[in-house]
Design a protein around this ligand. Structure first.
Ligand code: GTR
Length: 382
């Protein structure tokens, strides 16, 4: 009986996974069709961008294209925000760290949303420390404040022992990852977004929440809020990129295995497509984005331009060798095509654009984290 239940569960799982991966998905490099990317050094009015000043003048319009066509608007107004430190334990991790559990509550339109933050701060620093903030899209046990569960997805001890604070919140606090219930979170504060074709959806809400956590971090004297890296894996990595593009207070971004509508080029027909993602996850992106199903070439942007919006801040992007769905080559190419904007800032080194294709499966691991830390060390002179 047990065996039967297990077999049925496995079959169902395989059917679900298969359902997300259409039969026409391409995994063959030889079948990648030619495509032309929009030039990252052209303004939305098609004039040539020659300098950092030209880029910065056009940057708001470029960001707007991503809001209007892909991720939806990012509301910036709210009535109030309240930070409550529920718990503070100075002897966490055998005395190496202080644990703070903070509730960030945001109010608007007589509604409120509560974001639960888990934060560990190393005890051996006299100065405010830089921090890593994970947008957690996996189980909450991955960011266990008691440290009974130690997960490689959020290797808090590794980060603490490297001299950084480590923080996390769960996406479900901001928007449940479900097409029926995603509106039961941040979107209760902004109901008008649900009516708009360029309205915010789940990934926008997760990125918005990362910014509200940043609002708290700016008030915490133990944290150097000018050196916060926002980290995300897969769908969380799409949100970490969008958060860093929107909110320039994030000093660095790590986008792990983020794939389609993350760090991979949309125009390359390899792995997941815009249509596949909009079909499986209609609650992630704006209604407008659905217009680009099978019409990637009509997008006014591609994802290299999203990476470019982070310039001159450092970014670390990853893939894994067994995760072709996320198009490792298309991701590396996006990074390469973002580089001309970093060059406008005089940046030509790989201390700003970090990349690796880890051997193995779609996951976020201590190996990935140690590379994020390495890039942060290079930039934050830590
Ligand atoms: C997949 C989805 C990807 C990626 C992944 C994840 O099913 O197609 O875009 O986001 O889920 O988040 O693990």
């Amino acid at each position: 009986m047990k065996g039967f239940v297990l077999l049925t569960a496995m079959l169902l799982f395989m059917i679900v996974v298969h359902a997300q991966r259409p039969a026409d998905a391409n995994f063959d490099e030889a079948k990648v069709k030619p495509y032309v990317l929009p030039d990252v050094l052209r303004t939305t009015k098609h004039t040539k961008i020659r300098s950092k000043a030209d880029w910065e003048n056009n940057r708001p319009q470029m960001l707007r294209l991503f809001e209007d066509h892909i991720y939806g608007q990012m509301p910036r107004q709210f009535d109030d925000i309240k930070f409550s430190v529920l718990k503070e334990d100075k002897s966490a991790m055998q005395g190496r760290a202080t644990l703070k559990q903070v509730v960030v509550e945001v109010f608007n339109h007589q509604q409120s949303v509560k974001l639960n933050l888990v934060l560990f701060i190393p005890n051996n620093s006299k100065q405010a420390v830089p921090a890593f903030l994970l947008i957690n899209n996996r189980g909450k046990e991955n960011t266990d404040p008691t440290r009974k569960v130690k997960s490689g997805f959020w290797p808090a001890e590794l980060v603490i022992d490297s001299g950084y604070a480590v923080a996390a919140f769960h996406v479900s606090d901001a928007a449940p990852d479900n097409q029926e219930t995603f509106m039961n979170g941040v979107l209760r504060l902004y109901p008008e977004q649900l009516e708009a074709a360029n309205g915010m959806r789940a990934i926008g809400a997760w990125a918005w929440a990362a910014s509200r956590i940043m609002d708290y971090l700016e008030t915490d004297r133990d944290i150097d809020a000018k050196r916060v890296t926002v980290v995300g894996h897969s769908r969380g990595g799409k949100a970490s990129l969008w958060a860093a593009a929107q909110d320039q207070r994030f000093a660095m971004c790590a986008s792990n295995c983020s794939g389609n509508t993350g760090a991979a080029l949309s125009r390359r027909n390899f792995g997941e497509s815009v249509k596949a993602i909009n079909t499986s996850f209609p609650h992630w992106f704006s209604t407008n984005y659905k217009k680009y199903n099978d019409r990637e070439a009509e997008l006014p942007v591609d994802q290299h331009m999203l990476i470019a919006l982070l310039a001159p801040r450092p970014i670390y992007v990853t893939n894994s060798t067994e995760d072709l769905w996320a198009d490792p080559t298309g991701t590396l190419l996006a990074l390469k095509h973002a580089a001309p904007v970093y060059e406008l800032y005089g940046i030509k080194d790989d201390a700003h654009l970090g990349y690796h294709n880890r051997k193995g499966i779609h996951d976020l691991t201590p190996y990935d984290w140690s590379n994020f830390i390495r890039l942060a060390n290079l930039n934050f002179k830590h």
